[in-house]
Design a protein around this ligand. Structure first.
Ligand SMILES: Cc1cc2nc3c(=O)[nH]c(=O)nc-3n(C[C@H](O)[C@H](O)[C@H](O)COP(=O)(O)OP(=O)(O)OC[C@H]3O[C@@H](n4cnc5c(N)ncnc54)[C@H](O)[C@@H]3O)c2cc1C
Length: 422
């Protein structure tokens, strides 16, 4: 039975909505003897669906970045504005929150934190169990369709089924779904237009197609986009060559930071790739001079400049420059030597479009941060309205940062709602 009046309606049963609902219900229960009336409305039959499919079925819950000031650097949208929220609830608080509720997290070599069970369903089970324990009501297959602020405070809500409901407070945690944006606009907000973030890159005529599967680390990337006012975008780290173009954490980071400019440039531009592992021109000149001296009789194909340089990539670069791989190092002339150094430091490729998305797919854009009090997540446009998670104009790079923002903003909203009282 749907109650006719509740303290809080949370629209959206994702990670941000669950964190906010649990925190609010726990806080309100301390103040009132009766179970608080907190209701989560989830449009689909399956709440926390993205948590379930996240991290390849393992759920990358957060990232072992313990300093809130360092953490903000992982958010192309949000950034410095998140300093305040993260100083109250960030990685350490998230790990402790889950551990207190029986879910231990383990760190991988690259800093990503996963449930010890290595199964995302553990995260889903923990959130659902804690919500039930806190007395949170959950209505699935029911969407919030319209919300009108009442003159004396609170909201009149209409659900997809036609049911009507009154709520003292409303939290929108509908992720990137347009219905949440529409509801927020109806309550006085503006939406920074959504664009995709965290995707891979397609290369024109894919000159590296034969190298699909090759991983190089570190690789330096510099993206130049025609017709955009922005500076060049640079990133460095591991890169994976795929059969359509380039992927790997560095490419995802690059596309996240350049998401808007890439959209504006029609996903076309020039990518300069530094395969040299960060070696300077001088260091490469010295390295090649050493090879000419110490490996003089060896063929180029059998003595590549350094062991971590993929042999397939090395042969490809020689071929691309028309340098005979059978040539001995002693016989390598000055001009081809210079061309090789240039190819190792700054090979140029034309980006022709977006490739498939990476493991994590998020949307850049959403409710403008200036319209929200980031200490409480309450709207500055409409009292009693709260916003948390991906509905906001915040997105992180891949590695657990997107969920971290959901835990932080959800917790802050829940705390503020509880502090405001039943
Ligand atoms: C395949 C994939 C893998 C990912 N892996 C990771 C990862 O490992 N680590 C990480 O940090 N991030 C990951 N992400 C990103 C992460 O899932 C999102 O950032 C996060 O789920 C956003 O949470 P949210 O609660 O804001 O919104 P969502 O998770 O999108 O939840 C919003 C919910 O609201 C519901 N809804 C929408 N409109 C209404 C309405 N009008 N009424 C009622 N309900 C409504 C939706 O059905 C949805 O269930 C991944 C994303 C994808 C797609």
């Amino acid at each position: 039975m749907l109650p006719s009046h509740v303290s809080l309606v949370v629209a959206g049963g994702g990670p941000a909505g669950f964190m906010a609902a649990i925190t609010a219900a726990e806080g309100l229960r301390l103040q009132a003897a009766a179970s608080p009336a907190v209701l989560v409305l989830e449009a689909t039959p399956e709440p926390l669906h993205k948590v379930l499919i996240s991290g390849g079925g393992r759920c990358n819950v957060t990232h072992a970045c313990w300093d809130p000031l360092a953490l903000v650097a992982y958010y192309p949208r949000g950034g410095r504005a998140l300093r305040g929220p993260f100083s109250r609830f960030a990685t350490a608080e998230t790990v402790a929150w889950f551990e207190r509720r029986g879910l231990a997290l383990v760190e991988e070599a690259d800093g990503r934190l996963f449930p010890r069970s290595q199964r995302s369903v553990s995260v889903v089970d923990t959130l659902r169990r804690e919500a039930a324990r806190a007395g949170v009501g959950l209505l699935t297959g029911e969407a919030l369709q319209a919300a009108v602020a009442r003159p004396g405070g609170g909201f009149e809500l209409r659900l997809r089924s036609g049911a009507l409901l009154r709520a003292d407070r409303l939290l929108l945690a509908t992720g990137s779904h347009p219905s949440g944006h529409r509801l927020a606009v109806g309550l006085g907000h503006t939406v920074v237009p959504p664009v995709p973030s965290l995707f891979t890159l397609r290369l024109a005529d894919h000159p590296l197609a034969d190298l699909a599967g090759v991983v190089m680390d570190p690789v330096g990337l510099e993206l130049t986009l025609a017709g955009t006012a922005s500076r060049r975008q640079r990133q460095s780290g591991p890169l994976l060559i795929t059969h359509w173009g380039l992927s790997g954490p560095t490419v995802l980071r690059l596309t996240a930071f350049a998401a808007r400019d890439l959209k504006q440039a029609g996903y076309r531009g020039e990518l300069r790739v530094d395969w040299s592992g960060g070696r300077s021109q001088l260091q490469l000149q010295e390295l090649l001079a050493e090879l000419r001296r110490d490996q003089a009789r060896k063929q180029l194909s059998n003595a590549r400049p350094w062991p971590e340089l993929s042999r397939r990539l090395w042969l490809h670069l020689l071929d691309r420059l028309g340098v005979d791989a059978e040539l001995r190092w002693a016989d390598l002339g000055r001009r081809p030597q210079e061309a090789l150094i240039e190819a190792l430091r700054a090979s140029r490729y034309q980006v022709s479009g977006r490739g498939p998305f990476g493991e994590e797919f998020v949307t850049a854009g959403g409710i403008a941060l200036g319209e929200v009090n980031l200490a409480t997540m309450e709207s500055r446009r409409q009292s009693g309205l709260y916003l948390a998670g991906e509905i906001l104009d915040v997105d992180g790079v891949t590695g657990g940062f997107n969920f971290q923002h959901c835990w932080s903003s959800g917790w802050l909203a829940g705390q503020a709602i509880a502090a405001a009282g039943p």
